[in-house]
Design a protein around this ligand. Structure first.
Ligand code: NAD
Length: 277
């Protein structure tokens, strides 16, 4: 029977470890502060921000909230980022994406001080990851590594296939698996023979944004399958990029959706905040 990797449990373990660490830091007079910036009224972004603040509260991280109107100009947002960069009480800065269309996301992310870039999106942190230096690592891929390690799944020497090459998931995921000494293949929308390539994987990581796309024809018997995708299906039910019911009896371990990779993202964000002090 497949091991169903419990991301909720593992993320709670991480949050509890961080809570203890933050308590100790407080005894030493150190406070962790995260500034969360939200521009506009996107309902999904509001939920994400609320969940991040809730996690901060649980761990004992102080969160500062900046909720700006949709029509905020790029210059105004950059001025706020600059103010937070210079505020020595602020350890982490998170600008919730997506930003309204009139704001250049890349310019805003690049303006955040790399030392406070808890999302790990700054080009400096991405560069550090690519050359194996310590820096802030993008939270979702970092969460996948924790899930694998804390489930006792070895990575070194394994064939790892990643489907998806986005800047926030696929690419940093590939770099992290490489750092863990896997043999890494990255697939994308122009990959030929996707099924054959995916079937080579001992560890298959799917981050393609296509509901229930990957069925057992893409999966080697006994592989580990990590499903990063998250969608609402036609019945408003959450599902991933993997057809869970089709592959579950075919694999050695799998992450469910919900309750797999999803909860790890916030836990790793909290970890980045605590480590930024
Ligand atoms: P994206 O749309 O930016 O990238 C998708 C990638 O998949 C692209 O590189 C594309 O080339 C590839 N792709 C698309 N169709 C393909 C096909 N038919 N064959 C091969 N490759 C194909 O998406 P993203 O931001 O990387 O997110 C991927 C999924 O993960 C989404 O469902 C997203 O909601 C989810 N996500 C979840 C979390 C989390 O916390 N669990 C975090 C980020 C993203």
């Amino acid at each position: 029977m497949a091991l169903v990797i419990d991301g909720k449990k593992i993320s709670n373990e991480i949050k509890d470890e961080l809570k203890l660490k933050v308590e100790k830091m407080k005894e030493e007079g150190k406070q962790v502060t995260l500034a969360v910036v939200l521009v506009g009224d996107d309902p999904a972004s509001k939920v994400y921000v609320a969940n991040k603040k809730k996690a901060c509260e649980y761990i004992g991280i102080r969160s500062l909230s900046y909720e700006l109107p949709e029509q905020t100009s790029q210059a105004e947002l950059l001025a706020l980022v600059e103010k937070l960069n210079n505020d020595t009480d602020v350890n982490g800065i998170l600008v919730q994406l997506p930003l309204p269309a009139h704001i250049d996301e890349e310019a805003v992310l690049a303006a955040i001080s790399p030392a406070k870039d808890v999302d790990g999106f700054h080009p400096m942190n991405v560069g550090k990851l690519s050359i194996g230096q310590k820096g802030m690592v993008s939270c979702t891929p970092a969460g996948v590594i924790e899930l694998l390690k804390r489930s006792g799944i070895g990575i070194e020497g394994k064939e790892c296939v990643i489907i998806g090459r986005s800047n926030i998931v696929g690419k940093p995921m590939a770099l992290l698996m490489l750092k863990e000494n896997a043999t890494v293949t990255v697939c994308h929308s122009r990959t030929k023979n996707l099924k054959e390539v995916a079937k080579r994987a001992d560890i298959l990581i799917v981050a393609m944004g296509k509901p229930r796309f990957v069925n057992k024809e893409y999966v080697k018997e006994g592989a580990v399958v990590i499903d990063v995708g998250i969608h609402r299906d036609e019945n408003n039910k959450l599902c991933g990029d993997v057809d869970y019911n089709d592959v579950v009896d075919h694999v050695s371990a799998i992450t469910p959706v919900p309750g797999g990779v999803g909860p790890m993202t916030i836990a790793m964000l909290m970890k980045n905040c605590v480590e930024s002090v």
